[in-house]
Design a protein around this ligand. Sequence first.
Ligand code: FEO
Ligand code: CA
Ligand code: CA
Ligand code: CA
Length: 580
Amino acid sequence: AGAVGPKGLAFAPIAPVPSTTDQLTVPAGYAWKPLISWGDPVVQGAPPFDLDRQSAEAQEKQFGYNCDYLAILPQGRHKALLVSNHEYTNENLMVPGFTTEAALTVEQLRTSIAAHGLSVVQLRRGKDGFWEVEPSKYGRRFTGLSTRFELRGPVAGTDLVKTAKDPGGRTVIGTLNNCAGGTTPWGTVLSGEENFDQYFRGHPQGDQRNQKTYSLVKDGKPSEGRYWHKADARFDTAREPHEINRFGWIVEVDPRDPRSTPVKHTALGRFKHEGATTLVATKGNVVAYMGDDSRGQHLYKFVSRERVGKGGKGGRSELLDAGDLYVAKFEADGDPATDRDGTGTWIPLTKDGKSAVPGMSHEEVLVFTRDAAAKVGATPMDRPEDVEPDPRTGYVYVACTNNTDRTSPAPANPRAKNKDGHVIELREAGGDATGTRFDWSLLLVCGDPEDPSTYFSGFPAEKVSPISCPDNVAFDKDQPGLWISTDGAPSTLKLNDALHFVPLTGADRGRVSQFLAVPTGAETCGPWIDAADGSVFVNVQHPGETDTARVDAPASAFPYTDASKRTPRPSTVQVRRTGK
Ligand code: FEO
Ligand code: CA
Ligand code: CA
Ligand code: CA
């Protein structure tokens, strides 16, 4: 009785969990297991996790910190590949004896740089139906420290990305702040480089476009960054002004080919990329939808110039090398505070291999994309995070996580001081994802359902779970309905962050039901849904994150249930239906 959810994943919604609770909470009839945690071996021959002996060399072969996006790519029935992003690091929970970031040694800094990036591990099906990590040739790390990326697309080889160590401007060492992501029709994984600015030391005489638009100057002062310049001079913009232009891209990795060279795709623009998700348009072009997750930043799409066959046949990475980049302008025909639907335009930033923005070159539009979007009058959004097209309908769902800086409502951003966020449904005109017009409506205006400014597509507020700060959105490949994970409920609702399910059609459209809650201090990332297997995968990111928590004095023991553990470990978790 009271079960919701799609076929294969029926569940009774859990009660919201107070933000002090240090456990992963799942519905009745479901069980969970950590699949892999920070420091576990990834590359063959990696040493086991040892908190007192972490080194850059070990970390380069082990699962990174703060797992974010995840994908489970099947290899037949009994094996699969897990791909996970590692967004950032919490040194106060990683380094025994931590005092301040400024006091970290060069080796500790290098270990942190190595804990960024992505991991690939092979999985095999265990006897109990849960997946287990299997050492194999597929085990691979992409790190901030040493992995060589090929810079591709229109910006590759141009002056803006040339450095002393890479005078050709085509090879970048490392990927950083990999947040959300998506799969491509040809089986690879895209990952967004998000808050890359934090790793770079600002400079008063630096390129003003980076200083201002990409936040290297705050309150008139150049940022000190995370002291990474002490480990590697390229992170000091005074010494290497162009290195920073080589981060902030969508990267592509091919987990099925352990020897492949990963790519940074410059045709998709440079900003604080949350992620990128793709679909094949009816005409055959590959379309990538992307959010720039900062207050007042924008929503984008890329349309490939070349086309693929039906169902993505013939799709390949090179499709992302050339195409048009657009940014969204939302329009409302009433008061934006109360108007819940409207139309919109995709404004071109690049067109047919040229700049479409007056006063900016093609390369400048792609490297300083935020400036280009502002110039053409794109709509400043409430932190557009993950964006995901429904594989059944092509409708696109945009998670706007929050924006307490907003002073007045704007089309598709209905609340000033929007602390709880909202979710937009975007429908391309005529169902053509390559076009320039769309319709939009608000699916959810989030918050405590007792707050009169919330909206659940007309579903009665008293029958939904509280939801705040939507961040990642996901679909199962077969079963309808949107899955939404959150990042911020502890501060807005005093509840642990959550994973929710929301039907999109029929009488239950807007009925938000909570599936799980992550432990204290964590945010819910991933998620990856496999309804046919009765499984939900989430990345439990930054468990026990507080400014004052330390190794040996943590706020969370996750994934352990034994509170004597010295520090929590961000982990990929499988939740599986075990009851009838
Ligand atoms: Fe890394 Fe926008 O969350
Ligand atoms: Ca309207
Ligand atoms: Ca996110
Ligand atoms: Ca986040």
